[in-house]
Design a protein around this ligand. Sequence first.
Ligand code: ADP
Length: 273
Amino acid sequence: ERVTTDMATLTKEVEKFARDKKIEIEGLRVRENYRKEFMGNVSHELKTPLFTVQGYILTLLDGALKDKKVRKKYLKRASKGVDRLLYIVNDLDMITKLEAGDLHLYKEDFDIIEVIKNVFELLEMKAEKKEISLNFDKNYSSIFVNADKERIQQVLTNLIVNSIKYGKKSGTTELSIEDLDSGKVLIRITDNGEGIDEEHIPRLFERFYRVDKSGSRQEGGSGLGLSIVKHIIEAHDEKIYVESDFGVGSEFSFTIKKAKDTREAETSIEDQV
Ligand code: ADP
């Protein structure tokens, strides 16, 4: 009788072991697929600019080097290709850190209006090239928030760059801030560009996801901008929203926590000056 009981226990244990192993292997398989997909996407993104750079170098070696004017033109284009590679690698670095939960937030009280003005200034040239006007009510006085300043600057940059890239020529990008009762502010970035079809909205924040027919390929970028934005906002325990009408325009918005005591924050900033 004793032997049968032991056999029953043993069978159960073996079954449990097999179940656990199956789950473990399934987990490994999911991770492996994820890794393969990521690597596939990375090499795909890197190939285009690498081919471009290689193309110019080969043409130069092939004789174009002799012509002073052509030489300069091709070297400039090759250099642009390298810039693009650096930009992509930078984004990849960031997304890897974010996905590994490896990015520490350095939260501090800072004036979000100042950061917005700074980002607008940096992107002014880019907007001008497309005759897009960047609008922001200059009458906003300081609004102190508590967040990672550099990361929030990146969120603003990515969203505004997109509004320019996918905005129409001579269009507008509008930034507005709403004071929410919950101790937060809502920052909205609205454009009247090409908009996004409803079917793409649920996948928009996935890494490498791009709405291809919108011509996003030729606009450059890595398809990582929005997933970086989402990671940063969620790391702050905040929310990001998107509303878009195909052919009409898009609005991206996100919340940030206000600094606890505005006056104190203002004083400390003044003290530093
Ligand atoms: P990308 O490097 O392609 O710009 P993002 O992650 O920043 O990558 O954006 C993903 C895709 O979402 C873009 O390729 C584009 O199709 C779409 N998109 C993002 N922002 C806008 C916008 N303001 N208007 C229209 N489409 C947008």
